[in-house]
Structure formats: structure tokens, C-alpha cells
Design a protein around this ligand. Structure first.
Ligand SMILES: [Zn+2]
Length: 197
């Protein structure tokens, strides 16, 4: 197809970085943004630029945050001695949406994977161990049931003697994406979490 607007083509290509968006949906989105909702599109561009500039990570739990300490870590009503370890900000959001955890979190940068050459250092394990040493009494491991999730859980366990470790019950399907589980399943898995020692 002959290009009628190189900028439009560029916009369409850029939208394809979004998960699940192919050329056809990108074209539909681009047309919609430019033709039907130009003022919302302009707002989107501004918010996106601001978000990219200002959002970083909480220095304590590594969730996305605009300040050094996120609102969860700064909340005095939450129990800082109970730490839930998740592997992505999306998983933290799933637990927060479901209102299931009133302790603190630690967000790993993925999971340890010896086969892919991903070492503990690359997923923030040293930072996690430092955080655990800072008065944590229970660590709840909410990691995906997969080879990598197991490797990560075992590594953390070996490095945290003297701390109560629990894991989500086996209600989480093998390889299941915690982020997309419904609140009821999450609640069951968390409520029936198993001590692991
Ligand atoms: Zn935080």
C-alpha cells in the first residue's frame, strides 16, 4: 500500500509496541486518535510524556512511584513486618485491587532463571535480602508456579534463615499468571498459604 502520510505510518508502528496489538488494530487506534478524539489524544500524549519523565521506583519496595517512598510503604496502618514478594508491579496491583494484603511488598524484577542466565543480582535479590533484614518477620512468596518461580523461591529460602516463609497455596495453576487471577482465587491461595520451612 502506498503511504499517504509517513507520520501516520510511524504512529501506527509505534502503537504496535503494545501487547496484543497487531497492524490492523494499530491502524484502527491511530485513526481513532487522530480523527475522532484529537483532544483526548493530545491529553494522552502529555500524560504519557509526564509518566515517562516522573515515574520511577519506590526505593524500598520497587513498585512504580513518583516519590522515593511509595504510598504503600509510607502508610503507617500497614504492617511492615509482613512482606509479600511479587515478581512484577502488575502482581502487586492484583493483590491491592483485591484488598487482600495489609503488609508491605517487595517487587522483584522478574525471576531467577539459570537457563536464561538471569542471576539473583539481576532480579533485585540483594535488595530484597537487605529489606528482609530490616525487621521483617514473615515473608509471603507470591511467585508464579514455574521452574523459574521454584528456583527463585528456593534461593530466597536459603538466604533467609530465621524468617517465617509462606507460599501461596497450590490453587495457583502451574505457570498461571497471578496478575490475571480473579480476587476469589487469590484470596483462597493467600488464605491457605503454606508455611515453608
Ligand atoms: Zn514502596
Amino acid at each position: 500500500m502506498k503511504s499517504f502520510s509517513p507520520l501516520f505510518d510511524e504512529l501506527q508502528r509505534s502503537l504496535q509496541v503494545l501487547p496484543g496489538v497487531g497492524p490492523r488494530s494499530a491502524q484502527r487506534m491511530a485513526l481513532n486518535l487522530i480523527e475522532r478524539t484529537p483532544s483526548e489524544a493530545s491529553k494522552l500524549a502529555t500524560v504519557l510524556a509526564q509518566a515517562l519523565r516522573d515515574i520511577s521506583h519506590c526505593h524500598t519496595c520497587y513498585v512504580l512511584s513518583e516519590s522515593e517512598t511509595c504510598q504503600i510503604c509510607a502508610d503507617p496502618k500497614r504492617d511492615a513486618h509482613r512482606l509479600m514478594v511479587v515478581e512484577s508491579p502488575g502482581q502487586l496491583m492484583a493483590f491491592e485491587r483485591a484488598g487482600l494484603h495489609d503488609g508491605h511488598y517487595f517487587v522483584l524484577n522478574g525471576l531467577i532463571s539459570p537457563l536464561d542466565g538471569i542471576s539473583p543480582d539481576q532480579v533485585r535479590i540483594p535488595q530484597l535480602l537487605k529489606r528482609v533484614g530490616d525487621g521483617v518477620t514473615e515473608v509471603v512468596l507470591a511467585l508464579t508456579s514455574s521452574v523459574e518461580g521454584e528456583a527463585t523461591a528456593h534461593y530466597i529460602k536459603a538466604q533467609c534463615p530465621g524468617v517465617t516463609l509462606t507460599r501461596l497455596a497450590r490453587g495457583i495453576p502451574m505457570g498461571g499468571d497471578i496478575e490475571s487471577l480473579d480476587p476469589n482465587t487469590l484470596e483462597l491461595a493467600l488464605g491457605a498459604r503454606e508455611s515453608w520451612s
